[in-house]
Design a protein around this ligand. Structure first.
Ligand code: PSV
Ligand code: MN
Ligand code: MN
Length: 424
C-alpha cells in the first residue's frame, strides 16, 4: 500500500490551527527556529530491515499481523514510514536475512519510494542452511583458519551485494566470544579477528567504510572478543582510515557514560555512527527515548558541539540508524516513535548556547553549565519537529495518521494476519 498524499493533507489540515499556535509560541521563545527546522529536514535516520516485523525473545514471539514477507515488502514499509515522517529515507539490510538477488530492480523499487540503501550488515552469528562450517565457536576469531576464511568470504559477499545496491559501508557485529574461563586465549582470538578483518578491509571499494560494532556480552557470557569501544577502536586504528567504531546504545554495561565515548571517538575521527535504541538492563532494544531520553540528549550535545558547532554537516559522514526490536508494539508505530525521539534530542541539543556553555566551563561555573543544558532539555521542541515534517510534506502527527489511515489494517488485508518476517 502507499499513503495517499491528499488524505494525509486533509489530516494535517485538521491539526493545523493547534500546530500553528504551538509553533508560533515556541518560535517566539527561541532565536534559531528556522535554522533548526532546516537541520531537522536534512536529518534522516536509517531503518533496519530486521525491525519491520515483531521481534521476540527465546520465550516466544507474538506477531501483530500484516508484517512484510519479503524484502520488497520491507522496503514498502520503510516507504510508509518515510511518507509519514519524511525522516527515514534509507534502509539498512542484514544479509542473509535479506538477499537482494535482483539488486537493480530492488534498488529501482526503493528509489521510487525515495529510499536508498544505508550500511549493509553481515551475519556470522548464526549458521545458515547450506553452510559448510559452523560458527558455534565463533567466526572471524575462530581457532580454525577454515572457519575464519568462510566468515571473511561471507563479509566480502555482503560487500558485493552492497555495491550493487549503492551502499557505502559494511557494518560488522561479531558474536565471537567465550562462555567459560579457559575456553579461549584472548590474545589469539583478538589477533585472529584483526587478521580476518584485514582481509575484509582489503576487499572494501575505495569509497567504502567498515564499521565495527562492540557489545559486552550476549550471546557469550564470559568474554566477547570485541566487547567494548576500546577493543573496537584498537581494531579500527590498526586497520586504517576507513575503519571506525559503531556505537549501539544498548551495548554498554549499566551506567556507562556513552556521551563521553561518543565525544572522544568523534575527536579522533573514529565515530562510525549509531545503532539507536534504549535500554534499562542490557541490550533491550527498546524504543529510542523510552527509558533514558536525557542520555540521548547528552549524546546529541556532544554531536552538536563536535559537528554542527564547528560548521560540519551533521547529516552526512556518520551512520544514523535504529537498531530496535518490538515485542509487543506495532513495528511501524515503534519506529516512528524512535525517529521522533532521536530528532527531539537533536533539536534540543541545537538549542544549547554552546558559547555560554564554554564560558561556564572555563569559569568552573558548574551550576550555570547545568542550567544551560537543562534549559534546552526542558524545552518542548515537538512543534519544531512537526513544522519540519509539514514543510517536507509529511504528517503533523505520524502515529496518529498511521492509525487514522488504517495502514496496519490494510497491510493485514494485503498480506494476511499470520505473517513471518526474517530477522531475529
Ligand atoms: C547485536 O545485538 C546487534 O545489535 C547487531 O547490530 C546485530 O547486527 C543486530 O543486533 C541484529 O539484531
Ligand atoms: Mn546493533
Ligand atoms: Mn544489539
Amino acid at each position: 500500500m502507499q499513503i495517499n498524499k491528499e488524505i494525509l493533507q486533509d489530516l494535517n489540515n485538521d491539526l493545523l490551527p493547534a500546530h500553528e499556535r504551538r509553533f508560533n509560541y515556541l518560535a517566539g521563545e527561541i532565536d534559531n527556529a528556522e535554522a533548526i527546522i532546516l537541520k531537522l529536514i536534512a536529518f534522516n535516520i536509517a531503518i533496519p530491515s530486521w525491525a519491520l516485523g515483531t521481534g521476540g525473545t527465546r520465550f516466544g514471539r507474538f506477531s501483530g499481523g500484516g508484517e512484510p514477507r519479503s524484502l520488497e515488502e520491507k522496503i514498502e514499509d520503510v516507504g510508509l514510514i518515510h511518507a509519514l515522517n519524511r525522516s527515514s529515507n534509507s534502509i539498512s539490510l542484514h544479509i542473509p536475512w535479506d538477499i537482494p538477488d535482483n539488486a537493480p530492480s530492488i534498488k529501482a523499487f526503493a528509489s521510487q519510494l525515495g529510499l536508498h540503501f544505508d550500511a549493509v550488515n553481515s551475519n556470522t552469528f548464526q549458521d545458515q542452511p547450506h553452510q559448510a562450517l559452523s560458527y558455534k565457536y565463533g567466526s572471524l576469531h575462530h581457532v580454525d583458519k577454515a572457519v575464519r576464511q568462510q566468515a571473511v568470504e561471507h563479509n566480502i559477499e555482503v560487500i558485493k551485494y552492497g555495491v550493487e545496491l549503492g551502499s557505502k559501508a559494511l557494518s560488522v557485529w561479531l558474536a565471537d566470544g567465550s562462555n567459560f574461563p579457559g575456553q579461549l586465549n584472548f590474545r589469539n582470538a583478538f589477533q585472529n579477528t584483526f587478521e580476518s578483518l584485514q582481509q575484509v578491509y582489503a576487499a572494501l571499494p575505495d569509497d567504502w567504510k567498515i564499521w565495527i560494532e562492540y557489545k559486552p556480552y550476549e550471546p557469550n557470557f564470559y568474554s566477547t572478543t570485541i566487547g567494548d569501544w576500546g577493543q573496537s577502536y584498537l581494531l579500527a586504528n590498526k586497520l586504517g582510515q576507513r575503519a571506525s567504531t559503531l556505537v549501539d546504545l544498548g551495548h554498554h554495561l549499566p551506567n556507562t557514560n556513552i556521551e563521553q565515548i561518543v565525544s572522544l571517538l568523534l575527536m579522533e575521527g573514529k565515530l562510525a555512527g549509531f545503532h539507536f535504541n534504549d535500554s534499562k538492563y542490557g541490550d533491550d532494544d527498546l524504543t529510542v527515548g523510552s527509558i533514558n531520553p536525557y542520555q540521548l540528549f547528552l549524546i546529541f550535545n556532544e554531536l552538536v558541539e563536535g559537528l554542527d558547532a564547528r560548521g560540519l554537516n551533521h547529516a552526512t559522514g556518520i551512520g544514523w540508524m535504529i537498531d530496535a526490536s518490538h515485542n509487543i508494539k506495532d513495528p511501524v508505530e515503534d519506529l516512528l516513535q524512535s525517529v521522533e525521539a532521536i530528532k527531539i534530542a537533536y533539536a534540543q541539543a541545537l538549542l544549547i548556547d554552546q558559547e555560554k556553555l564554554k564560558q561556564a566551563q572555563q569559569n568552573n561555573d558548574v551550576a550555570h553549565a547545568q542550567n544551560i543544558l537543562q534549559q534546552a532539555y526542558r524545552t518542548d521542541v515537538r512543534p519544531l519537529l512537526a513544522e519540519a515534517r509539514l514543510q517536507a510534506g509529511g504528517a503533523l502527527d505520524p502515529v496518529g495518521s498511521f492509525r487514522a489511515l488504517k495502514v496496519r489494517e490494510n497491510l493485514i488485508q494485503e498480506r494476511g494476519l499470520k505473517t513471518v518476517t526474517t530477522g531475529l
